[in-house]
Write a protein that binds this ligand. Structure first.
Ligand code: SAM
Length: 230
């Protein structure tokens, strides 16, 4: 990896330590407009459509989706995240839950209960760096043979914000959330074609896409890829 790539990954990791308290408050006070506008509902629906018995939430943050899924599906749900502070908050909110601190490059070291294979892995706005293919390949190892990875991310066609439509690092300022004090987070923009190419390079393919829009359909909120092994 290039020196710049290394530096971006380090900044990305440290932004989640610095922003942990603000993030927890934003999620738990429903202060992220796109989530309220439809991305929360869309990911829940996409997961429920698969009727999974076991789920791993990769990049679970403070655990909001894990808690919702346990409540609504009665499925076994495990959460994994690289931020120790966010996992601590997840455990406090759900003391009986299964939450693990792991970076994605150490997912293979997870030993969860009977070390089962999951029906579904979720990545809800949590694939943020330039190592997409490596992360998907690692997540795939945690799945049953017909298991699926469900990825929600910013829609490439609406996330350019005046920047060129090509792969590259960008910065998120969290200005939409409203509170001051956020450390800007580097994230890696990729075109729709690059998402498809990277996913396919791991031996998985996109079997379904969902494109949530705002109520008046004027705005693309995100894109959801449902992926399965070829
Ligand atoms: C935008 S938050 C989303 C959290 C959660 N999925 C949600 O929807 O509320 C992104 C999360 O991904 C985690 N993350 C990003 N890259 C990671 C990596 N390489 N290893 C572990 N966690 C990572 C961050 O720590 C952060 O909690």
């Amino acid at each position: 990896m290039s020196e710049r790539g290394d530096s971006m990954l380090e900044q990305l990791r440290s932004s989640w330590d610095s922003n942990a308290d603000l993030w927890i408050r934003a999620v738990r006070t429903a202060s992220i407009p796109s989530r309220e506008a439809g991305t929360d509902q869309a990911i829940l629906q996409a997961i429920q459509d698969e009727r999974p018995g076991s789920i791993i939430d990769v990049g679970c943050g403070e655990g909001c989706l894990v808690r919702k899924l346990k409540g609504s599906l009665g499925a076994e749900v495990v959460g994994v995240d690289g931020s120790a502070q966010l996992i601590r908050a997840a455990r406090q909110a759900d003391p009986a839950g299964q939450y693990f601190v792991r970076s994605y490059d150490r997912l293979s070291e997870l030993s969860i209960g009977a070390c089962k294979q999951f029906n579904v892995a979720i990545c809800n706005f949590s694939l943020l760096d330039d190592q997409l293919a490596a992360h998907i390949a690692a997540i795939r190892q945690l799945l049953s043979g017909d298991g699926k990875i469900i990825i929600q991310t910013l829609h490439p066609c609406s996330a350019t914000a005046g920047s060129p439509y090509r792969d590259g690092w960008r910065y998120e300022s969290f200005s939409a959330v409203g509170e001051a004090g956020w450390q800007p987070m580097p994230w890696y923009f990729r075109t729709l074609g690059s998402w498809m190419t990277d996913i396919q390079s791991t031996g998985m393919r996109v079997i379904r896409t969902v494109e949530p829009v705002s109520n008046d359909a004027a705005r693309l909120l995100s894109i959801i890829f449902v992926c399965q092994s070829e």
